[in-house]
Design a protein around this ligand. Structure first.
Ligand SMILES: Cc1cc2nc3c(=O)[nH]c(=O)nc-3n(C[C@H](O)[C@H](O)[C@H](O)COP(=O)(O)OP(=O)(O)OC[C@H]3O[C@@H](n4cnc5c(N)ncnc54)[C@H](O)[C@@H]3O)c2cc1C
Length: 433
C-alpha cells in the first residue's frame, strides 16, 4: 500500500515536497494543509512574494552546488522557466565574497559569465544605475550575468496547481496541534476548528510559525521534547517598493539584482530587485528582528498572532529601513521615489543559516522541512528531492548532518543575517493620552 503524507505549509519547502512525492508515487495519498488558499490575494508565506533572487553566488560550496542545480531547472523546465529572469546580479562586496564564489564555481567545474571587478570599472556598468551607490569599505563588485530573479508567488501558484492536477489534495485549515499515538508516534494534526487529519508521515514546512506550532503541540501532548528549543527562531524583514515612472522604467527595466554585502560586524546584506511588469522596484531592509513573546509560559519569537501576521502594518522605523536601502543603492538618483507597498515577511532562521530537513528525533512519523533562513526560495525546484531523500533515509551524509534536527549549532555572532533586533523596539511610539 502506498504511504500517506500530510504536509503542513504550502511554501516552497512544502510544495516542492508534494510535487516530488506525487510524481514518484502517483497512487500515494499526499495532502498539503495551509491556512491560506494557494491562490489567495494575500498570504503569509515567505515564499509568496512578487519576486525573489535566484542566484548560485554562495561562499558555501554546498549551497552553491544546490543553487546551480535549482537554477538549471529554473532555466529549462517549462513549469518554472516562465517565471525566471536572467537579469544578472551586481553584488557589492565588503569581504572576500567574490573570490570565494569564483572559487566555488571553479571547484564545481561550472563556467558562467562571472567576474570580480574593481569599483571604478563596475560603476560604469548597466547605464551607471549604481554609480551613486555607497561603496564605503568595498573590496570589489561581483557581477554574475547568469544569476537573476523569479516571479516568486506566480511560480509557487503554478507548481501548487500542478500538484493538485496530479492528485495532491490541498486543504485550507489552520493547524493548532499534532496528534500522537500511545507509543508517542505522530499520527496527524488537529485544526483550530477541532478537525483531525491523519497520515503515516507528517511533514512540517510551516516556516516562521514552526517554533510556535511545536510549542503548542508539546504542551497539548505533554511531550516537552517536541519543542524547537533554540534550534529555530522566527525573524521578520521589511520589504518595500516604488512604482517607477515610464522614463525611469526604461532605464531600470534591464537592471540586474543589486546586493549590498556587509559583514557580521556591520550588518545583513541588503537587496534591490529589478522592476516587475507593473514597474515596481523592490528592496528588502537591513533590520532583521525577532518578535519574542510569552507562549505557553516560554519566551519564543513568533509572527504576530493575527491571521495575516499583521504583515501589512509596518512601523515607521521599518519604512525608514527601506528608505535607507534605497539610498545605499541609488543615492541621489532615487531620492524622489515614493515608497509604497511595505510588507513584513517572516521566515524561520537557524544560527548557521542551514535548513532543517530531518526526522524530528522526539516522535516517529514526524519530519521537519523548513528554515529557509532568509535564502530558501531559490532552491524551490530541488527542495522536494532532498526532503524525499530524507524521508527515505537516503540523504547523503554531509547533507544529513548539515540539516539535522539535532546537531551542534554555531554561535550566531558570526552570522550577519541573524535576527538581532526586537520588534517591540521598532514599533511606532504609542500616542500618550
Ligand atoms: C524579505 C524576505 C526576502 C527574501 N528574499 C529571498 C530571495 O531573494 N531569494 C531566496 O532564495 N530566498 C529569499 N527569502 C527566503 C525565502 O523566502 C524563505 O526561506 C522560504 O520562502 C521559506 O519557505 P518555507 O516553505 O519554509 O516557508 P513559507 O514560505 O513561509 O511557508 C510556510 C507556510 O506554512 C503555513 N503555515 C504555517 N503555520 C501554519 C499552521 N499552523 N496551519 C496552517 N498553515 C500554516 C503558512 O501559511 C505558509 O504558507 C526571503 C525571505 C524574506 C523574509
Amino acid at each position: 500500500m502506498a504511504a500517506s503524507y500530510l504536509i503542513v505549509g504550502a511554501g516552497v519547502f512544502g510544495v516542492s515536497t508534494a510535487y516530488t512525492l506525487i510524481r514518484k508515487y502517483p497512487n500515494a495519498s499526499v495532502t498539503i494543509i495551509d491556512r491560506d488558499a494557494f491562490d489567495a490575494e494575500s498570504r503569509v508565506a515567505a515564499s509568496w512574494d512578487w519576486n525573489k533572487v535566484v542566484r548560485a553566488d554562495y561562499d558555501d560550496i554546498v549551497y552553491c552546488r544546490l543553487a546551480l542545480e535549482a537554477q538549471d531547472i529554473f532555466k529549462s523546465d517549462p513549469l518554472y522557466q516562465p517565471y525566471f529572469h536572467e537579469s544578472g546580479i551586481y553584488w557589492i562586496c565588503r569581504s572576500d565574497y567574490a573570490g570565494q564564489v569564483l572559487d566555488n564555481y571553479k571547484k564545481l567545474g561550472r563556467t558562467a559569465d562571472l567576474q570580480a571587478l574593481d569599483v571604478n570599472e563596475a560603476r560604469k556598468l548597466y547605464g551607471g544605475i549604481f554609480a551613486d551607490a555607497d561603496y564605503s569599505g568595498v573590496k570589489d563588485v561581483l557581477v554574475n550575468r547568469s544569476s537573476g530573479w523569479a516571479n516568486a508567488g506566480d511560480a509557487l501558484v503554478a507548481v501548487t496547481r500542478k500538484c493538485v492536477e496530479l492528485g495532491v489534495k490541498y486543504v485550507v485549515a489552520d493547524i493548532e496541534s499534532l496528534q500522537f499515538d500511545t507509543i508517542g508516534a505522530c499520527t496527524g494534526v488537529k485544526t483550530t476548528k477541532g478537525d483531525a487529519h491523519r497520515a503515516e508521515k507528517v511533514i512540517l514546512s510551516t516556516g516562521a510559525f514552526t517554533p510556535r506550532l511545536l510549542e503548542q503541540a508539546a504542551k497539548a501532548s505533554g511531550k516537552p521534547d517536541i519543542s524547537a528549543g533554540d534550534r529555530i527562531v522566527a525573524g521578520g524583514i521589511t520589504t518595500g517598493m516604488t512604482t517607477l515612472d515610464e522614463k525611469s522604467y526604461e532605464k531600470f527595466a534591464k537592471m540586474p539584482v543589486g546586493v549590498q554585502g556587509y559583514t557580521a560586524s556591520t550588518g545583513p546584506f541588503i537587496g534591490s530587485l529589478p522592476p516587475t511588469r507593473d514597474r515596481e522596484l523592490k528592496w528588502w531592509g537591513q533590520k532583521i528582528f525577532k518578535n519574542t513573546q510569552s507562549i505557553l509560559g516560554k519566551q519564543i519569537s513568533a509572527p504576530p498572532s493575527k491571521p495575516d501576521y499583521d504583515q501589512w502594518k509596518v512601523p515607521n522605523k521599518l519604512k525608514q529601513d527601506i528608505a535607507y536601502a534605497n539610498n545605499v543603492f541609488y543615492g541621489k538618483n532615487g531620492a524622489s521615489w515614493k515608497m509604497e507597498k511595505h510588507r513584513i515577511c517572516w521566515d524561520a532562521f537557524t544560527t548557521s543559516s542551514d535548513f532543517i530537513i530531518s526526522p524530528h528525533t522526539a516522535a516517529k512519523g514526524l519530519y521537519i522541512a523548513t528554515c529557509g533562513s532568509f535564502h530558501g526560495y531559490k532552491f524551490f525546484p530541488v527542495l522536494g528531492k532532498y526532503v524525499v531523500q530524507m524521508l527515505e533515509g537516503e540523504l547523503e551524509p554531509d547533507l544529513k548532518e548539515k540539516w539535522a534536527w539535532d546537531r551542534e549549532r554555531p554561535d550566531p555572532k558570526d552570522n550577519p543575517d541573524w535576527p538581532r533586533w526586537e520588534m517591540e523596539d521598532l514599533e511606532d511610539e504609542k500616542a500618550r493620552l
